[in-house]
Design a protein around this ligand. Structure first.
Ligand SMILES: Cc1cc2nc3c(=O)[nH]c(=O)nc-3n(C[C@H](O)[C@H](O)[C@H](O)COP(=O)(O)OP(=O)(O)OC[C@H]3O[C@@H](n4cnc5c(N)ncnc54)[C@H](O)[C@@H]3O)c2cc1C
Length: 424
């Protein structure tokens, strides 16, 4: 197995998740975070890195390895969905949160409970950039208003850990909400920096099928016939369940399209290569993870508008289980039973994804490409459960991609993303 050992290789071989931890660890004079020409958030090298700096980053980077949380907190894992200490469907009890959020507002309700009960000083989380409504940024939120404003799914690049060292230096105690890969990075960091476990008592994640290039966002705007410079508000979903993708221009023009029109029609965008070899779409390293609790039609999840949102959520740790229990008792969260069989049927896209990873990694190994050490994520076990058709599709696709160098990304010294300014 070949693991990338330098930031340059992590980025250029398509293994970077864009979390920003490397830039925070080494400082701004060494690495900045910016949109790459491919439209992904990537470290941009500002000077040559020393060998010791490379080692510092590799201990933490999930393009290199995923070491996971301390084992004593983990339950015996489900082969696909990982440790399940508590599983339920539910939603925020506050109707405004439930309406505005991506799904049923479980993550926002838990965040609000943590702040209002004094468990933490604030929440480190992603929201809309204050400079550009098409972009995302990370902020440290301490008030209800800020936390609710950061609800919703931002399917696009962000670097949620770009200031993580400054946050730890500040001595604050906070919860973090992010993608599974962001949490995995924090767990790696916890192994070398004891402040993580002391100061970040709660790590919450969403199910994640992969994060697209920012070109997806710009292409949605172009498809509506608008110039990106005129956009005043942009939402991928929320304000309903799943809620329409929504664009409002400065001139007051509004556009909407359904979830399926956004993600399952002819929208052109690239998913990060790192997401294609991700074995942790269901947030195994988080204390609590939440996903959609889709309405099932003919045994398949339907994405049609279904009124008030429902999440399914899993507590992975004792601490996460206690948090959910406390939030229910305090009246922030409503819960109903949800079974593992329902989870398996509803989120089999994550089953397929996990079963495929081993075969994708095999193709990378055969073509001498590096890939991360996936640690305790049961990649081989899941791979052996794949059908022959699934194995072949995953292997062949990655082999072709690797041979054509389509897993590669622009160098860490290249320029930034330039949006297409033509309207369609
Ligand atoms: C890239 C991406 C892929 C997803 N894939 C799936 C999937 O495959 N299956 C599924 O069931 N659900 C998926 N979701 C999650 C789903 O959209 C909801 O976020 C989830 O159901 C939680 O709902 P909620 O109502 O509790 O969230 P909310 O209460 O609205 O809270 C969402 C939280 O997520 C944070 N957040 C939003 N975007 C990002 C981001 N890009 N990076 C880090 N943090 C972010 C916000 O800060 C907020 O705290 C995905 C979300 C994203 C962003």
């Amino acid at each position: 197995m070949r693991v990338a050992g330098r930031v340059e290789d992590i980025v250029e071989r398509g293994l970077c998740t864009g979390c920003g931890a490397c830039a925070s660890l080494l400082g701004n004079d060494a690495l900045g975070m910016d949109l790459s020409p491919d439209g992904f958030m990537r470290p941009r090298r500002r000077r040559r890195l020393k060998d010791t700096e490379q080692v510092t980053v590799m201990q933490v980077c999930t393009g290199n390895r995923l070491s996971g949380p301390a084992p004593e907190d983990a339950a015996a894992p489900h082969p696909i969905f990982g440790p399940i200490l508590h599983l339920a469907r539910g939603h925020a009890t506050d109707p405004e949160i439930r309406f505005r959020s991506a799904t049923g507002g479980v993550l926002t309700a838990l965040a609000l409970y943590l702040v209002e009960s004094g468990e933490v000083d604030g929440i480190l989380q992603v929201g809309v950039s204050s400079d550009n409504p098409l972009l995302n940024d990370v902020s440290f939120n301490t008030s209800r208003e800020q936390i609710v404003a950061s609800s919703g799914s931002r399917y696009g690049p962000t670097a949620p850990l770009r200031d993580i060292m400054a946050m730890l230096d500040s001595g604050r105690r906070f919860a973090f909400i992010g993608k599974p890969c962001d949490i995995a990075t924090l767990r790696n960091l916890a192994r070398v920096d004891a402040r993580v476990d002391r100061q970040i008592p709660y790590m919450l994640a969403m199910f994640c099928g992969g994060n697209p290039s920012i070109s997806a966002t710009y292409n949605i705007v172009r498809r509506f016939g608008e110039d990106h410079r005129d956009v005043d508000e942009f939402r991928y979903r929320g304000h309903g369940w799943p809620g329409p993708t929504y664009v409002r221009t400065r001139q007051g023009k509004e556009h909407r399209q359904s979830y399926d029109e956004t993600w399952f029609s002819n929208l052109t965008y690239e998913l990060m290569f790192r997401c294609k070899i991700c074995a942790d779409g269901t947030g195994e390293h988080a204390d609590v993870v939440a996903g959609d609790c889709w309405v099932m039609e003919n045994g398949k999840p339907s994405h049609r508008e279904a009124g008030d949102g429902w999440n399914m959520h899993i507590a992975r740790t004792v601490r996460g289980t206690q948090l959910i229990e406390d939030a229910v008792v305090a009246g922030y969260l409503h819960e109903e039973p949800f079974s593992v069989a329902e989870l398996e049927a509803m989120h089999d896209d994550h089953g397929l994804k996990k079963r495929s990873v081993f075969w994708r990694l095999t193709a990378l190994a055969l073509t001498a490409q590096p890939f991360p050490d996936h640690g305790a994520l049961r990649v081989v076990q899941a791979g052996l459960a794949a059908s022959w058709r699934e194995r072949w599709a995953a292997f062949r696709g990655t082999l072709a991609r690797s041979l054509k160098r389509r897993n590669r990304e622009s160098p860490v010294t290249s320029g930034t993303f330039a949006p297409d300014t033509t309207t369609s």
